[in-house]
Design a protein around this ligand. Structure first.
Ligand code: CP
Length: 357
């Protein structure tokens, strides 16, 4: 099996074996970050990051990932280019993609929220780039998916549910209950992280309870894929509208705010309206009292966390919180993805590491 040259836009495009290979390599990279087996894999290689929207974790972790693999990353914002989007005229994506491909060995793109005109436009932009580039394209989050975030969480949950944190067993996720709950927030978050978590948790055999108020449903296509993944694993996917009812028996509680399907009006993202609407749902916060009803669940959130709204400090700072482990895992997962997709040298290393073939 080789992932060399592949794009990563949505986890659903990759087989379970391919996703597991990424995670297993990430575990080994976490154990030995400076092992010579990988410190030169991207020697003389270059990763270009196009950020149409702000980022802390993704920007820093991708840049360090490239450096730790012996390569280099450069960061650009939309203000540095004149590339067409659903909201602005400019150079065609096809031309820009071909130009960039002549210089670099891999590309990462983030485009979501205010820089797009309607739901789906960010992912469509990534698909347009993917068609025209001749090097791997890795999503750094669009409006539909955030696959690297999803993989980092799966790794953190498996670590937290394994007896030996440094030797996570991904089979431990099978049959475990994930409560994925909406929460009020002043941050107006997109659907990308939560949808990637639905897809990956169902792929790795978890039972899923999605809790959200009426009016906060996600993409029906993602619900359909999640149901299909659960069917293949013999697990369940249920949707409830009560902030209290999903906690019993949960092994992982994942909280995330997300906007409604009406978040885009006349081509503009309605941040203020969404925030005002979300903050009316006072009871939708993860509290210690609610966590006490779980199966000693891990607490997860992809960050940034809106403390006091999405979860209390007591929950976020508890010993069961894996939020910072997951943040760290972004680096290891992205190193694994970049190494597997951008380095032809890894093929021999993969054999030595006895990863799935
Ligand atoms: N979780 C995440 O992608 O964080 P940033 O927006 O800071 O990159």
């Amino acid at each position: 099996m080789s992932l060399y040259g592949r794009h990563l836009l949505c986890s659903q495009d990759w087989s379970k074996q391919e996703l597991t290979t990424v995670l297993q390599l990430a575990v080994q990279m976490k154990q030995k970050p400076y092992d010579p087996a990988w410190t030169s894999l991207l020697k003389n290689k270059f990763f270009l990051m196009l950020f149409y929207n702000p980022s802390l974790r993704t920007h820093v972790s991708f840049e360090i990932a490239a450096t730790q693999l012996g390569g280099h990353a450069q960061y650009r914002t939309q203000h540095m280019e004149w590339i067409k989007t659903s909201k602005q005229m400019g150079e065609s994506i096809s031309d820009a993609a071909k130009v960039i491909s002549r210089y670099v060995n891999g590309i990462g793109i983030r485009i979501t929220l205010d820089t797009i005109s309607h739901y789906g436009a960010g992912h469509k932009t990534l698909l347009e780039y993917a068609k025209a580039v001749t090097v791997p394209l890795i999503s750094m989050a669009d409006d539909r998916f955030h696959p690297c975030q999803g993989l980092a969480d799966i790794m953190g949950w498996a670590e937290g549910l394994s007896s030996e944190k440094s030797q996570p067993d991904f089979n431990n996720l099978k049959g475990k209950k994930l409560l994925l709950t909406w929460a009020k927030s002043a941050l107006a978050r997109p659907w990308s992280s939560v949808q990637s978590h639905l897809l990956l948790a169902s792929r790795f055999g978890m039972n899923i309870t999605l809790a959200r108020p009426q009016g906060y449903d996600l993409d029906p296509e993602v619900y359909g894929w999640t149901e299909q993944n659960c069917k293949e694993n013999g697990t369940y996917f249920e949707i409830i509208d009560n902030p209290d009812d999903g906690y019993e028996g949960a092994h992982v509680v994942y909280v995330r705010n997300w906007v409604t399907a009406e978040a885009y009006q006349e081509g503009q993202f309605q941040r203020q309206t969404e925030v005002e609407r979300a903050l009316q749902y006072g009871e939708w916060t993860v509290t210690a009292e609610r966590m006490a009803r779980t199966h000693n669940a891990l607490f997860a959130n992809p960050m940034p966390l809106d403390r006091g709204n999405e979860a209390t400090d007591e929950v976020a700072n508890s010993t069961r919180s894996v939020i910072f482990d997951v943040v760290e895992n972004r680096l290891h997962v992205q190193k694994a993805v970049m190494a597997l997709t951008m380095s032809d040298n890894l093929i021999n290393e993969v054999k030595e590491l006895r990863l799935p073939t």
